[in-house]
Design a protein around this ligand. Structure first.
Ligand SMILES: C[S@@+](CC[C@H](N)C(=O)[O-])C[C@H]1O[C@@H](n2cnc3c(N)ncnc32)[C@H](O)[C@@H]1O
Length: 278
């Protein structure tokens, strides 16, 4: 596992997303996560490519209408709205970003699902919810910011009912042959750690979860970074008109490290696990 050098507080992480999320939200239709393209000729637009990740990850959860889902690290709310709309579940979304919280609430209101979805400021390392109060937990590319993912899995285990599920997706370390590139990647995203797939599975197991499904689809995710760059550049002028040239230049600058690793170095894992029934 790669460890970052910096100590990054939830407030620092929140500030990072306050700065990054507005343009990210615009480019990726409210979903601040990666994309999935089958191959270089795949003509799906960026917004469809990011929706594919939402569908793939949440599709592992086996959700049923009426269940209560914790969306831990909910971003600007599009995934929570999708869950309520598609599966008829209640969703509590938490984030450490003030921008995301505001945006998520207005997105749910605009979609007419405010009665099913609530958003709160919250830190997943210290959840304020009672034991066994959720049927499922989703952590879609949010554990990457955790100082110690094992502590967060403990909290997820505590708030899930017996038989409840956790599904998460995140980056994994596939090759540490070029550590400087990986370090730049981690710094650009405020990552504390970059576990391998095996380490991610161990982290979840250490809290008591039983792994039921996992995949590593990095070649179709980080491996398609050139397609993302092309799609984002195609909207540069439009985004600059809306947010200003300085904001777009700052956004681009802060992403340089993200693109530093070679394609095969960064994987993408999707994992689904269960809290054993008593
Ligand atoms: C890469 S974004 C993903 C957002 C969202 N899941 C999505 O896919 O659009 C990471 C998210 O994790 C959240 N996050 C990071 N650290 C957190 C913490 N300690 N507690 C709660 N949320 C956190 C951020 O606020 C942000 O919403």
């Amino acid at each position: 596992m790669f460890m970052g050098n910096e100590v990054i507080s939830p407030a620092d992480v929140g500030k990072h997303y306050d700065e990054q999320s507005p343009i990210g939200d615009e480019l990726r239709d409210g979903q601040l996560h990666m994309w999935y393209w089958y191959d270089e000729d795949d003509g799906a637009p960026l917004t469809e490519a990011v929706h594919r990740i939402s569908r793939k990850v949440t599709g592992t959860m086996g959700l049923r209408a009426g269940e209560h889902v914790l969306d831990a690290g909910c971003g600007p709310g599009a995934t929570a709205v999708y869950l309520a709309d598609t599966f008829g579940v209640q969703v509590t979304g938490i984030t450490v970003s003030a921008f995301e919280l505001k945006k998520a609430k207005s997105r749910a209101a605009a979609a007419g699902v405010s009665d099913m979805v609530r958003f709160q400021y919250g830190d997943y390392t210290e959840l304020t919810y009672p034991d066994e109060s959720f049927d499922a937990v989703l952590a879609l590319e949010s554990l990457q910011n955790a100082p110690d993912p094992r502590q967060v899995f403990k909290e997820f285990f505590r708030v899930l009912r017996p038989g409840g599920r956790v599904s998460f997706s995140d980056f994994s370390l596939e090759s540490s042959s070029d550590p400087q590139r990986v370090a730049k990647f981690m710094a650009s995203l405020k990552l504390h750690t970059l576990p391998t797939l095996a380490e991610w599975l161990d982290h979840a197991r250490s809290a008591g979860f039983e792994i039921e499904e996992y995949t590593q689809c990095g070649p179709r995710v980080f491996g398609r970074k050139a397609k993302y760059l092309k799609a984002a550049m195609g909207r540069r002028q439009e985004v600059a008109t809306k947010f200003g040239e300085d904001a777009v230049a700052g956004f681009s600058q802060s992403h340089l490290g993200f693109f530093a690793p070679r394609k095969h170095q960064i994987g993408y894992v999707i994992v689904s696990a269960r809290k054993p029934r008593r």
